[in-house]
Design a protein around this ligand. Structure first.
Ligand code: 6GU
Length: 255
């Protein structure tokens, strides 16, 4: 039996996750029961009268730090829920700029796990002892700083949901995304055939599927070489790919 992917999120702003739970491909994945999203607000686990979950940093400095205990209690509640849902070993992931940078391989690895508990920090940070005690890995979505882990968690969730079988209308679509094959996606066109004087490439109008496949592969190769040469350095080219890329580079040379 295929069980729903279990995703629990610890966040002070649970409503932010409406953005992915109510719209588009991700919203449909939850609706269809391919995944289950459960939000936990650490404020609900605060034991003080003001429901506060942060305090000033030891050693001084700006801002506030999220306290360990309300987060630990929220993580434990999430883990207990996942155990009840049949997940043996839910993985606790802290979204933070110092984490391992997310890429397609990381998305595929996360998508293969039965259950995730995503911890979103706010303020200046989270008490390090909570990270040492309860977090399995840290994930970042790029080299810039967000005001909290929520947007990053939503990026992770959206990217992995589209990898679940049945999440996309066209079963092939996820295989054809950029990066899946280590190349950027080819360009897409739809009607009208001429728009503001710009023609759709004629090869796409001819119905010769083998020519179209070669043209798209060539576009992917040329765009990857131009925009993301780093991707090609990490990938061997097949004979066909080498020929197509060489051809397109030659075509770019002035007469
Ligand atoms: Cl995961 N969190 C925050 N706060 N900022 C980030 C990030 C995560 N990834 C990139 N910047």
């Amino acid at each position: 039996m295929v069980v729903a992917k279990q995703i629990d999120v610890i966040s002070l702003f649970p409503d932010m996750f409406d953005a992915i739970s109510r719209h588009g491909v991700s919203g449909r994945a939850f609706e269809r029961g391919l995944a289950h999203l459960q939000l936990w607000n650490p404020r609900e686990f605060s034991t003080n009268p003001y429901r506060s979950v942060d305090d000033r940093p030891y050693g001084g400095g700006p801002g506030m730090v999220m306290q360990a205990e309300p987060l630990a209690a929220a993580i434990e509640a999430a883990q207990a829920r996942q155990h009840d849902a049949g997940v043996g070993d839910p993985r606790v992931i802290f979204l933070a700029p110092h984490g391992r940078r997310l890429d397609h391989d990381a998305v595929m690895r996360l998508a293969s796990l039965d259950g995730l508990v995503l911890l979103c920090g706010r303020y200046e940070g989270v008490d390090q002892r909570l990270i040492d005690e309860s977090v399995h890995e840290c994930v970042s979505i790029g080299d810039y700083v967000l005001s909290g882990g929520e947007l990053a968690a939503m990026v992770v969730i959206d990217a992995l949901l589209r990898q679940l079988p049945g999440a996309l209308g066209d079963a092939q679509s996820a295989d054809q995304d950029s990066f899946v094959d280590g190349l950027l996606d080819y360009p897409h066109y739809t009607r009208p055939e001429v728009w503001r004087g710009r023609q759709v490439p004629s090869v796409l109008l001819g119905g010769d599927h083998e020519r179209i496949r070669r043209w798209r592969l060539q576009q992917s190769l040329a765009d990857t070489a131009a925009l993301r040469p780093d991707l090609l350095r990490n990938r061997d080219l097949s004979k066909e790919e080498s020929v197509l890329l060489a051809q397109s580079l030659q075509a770019e040379q002035p007469e």
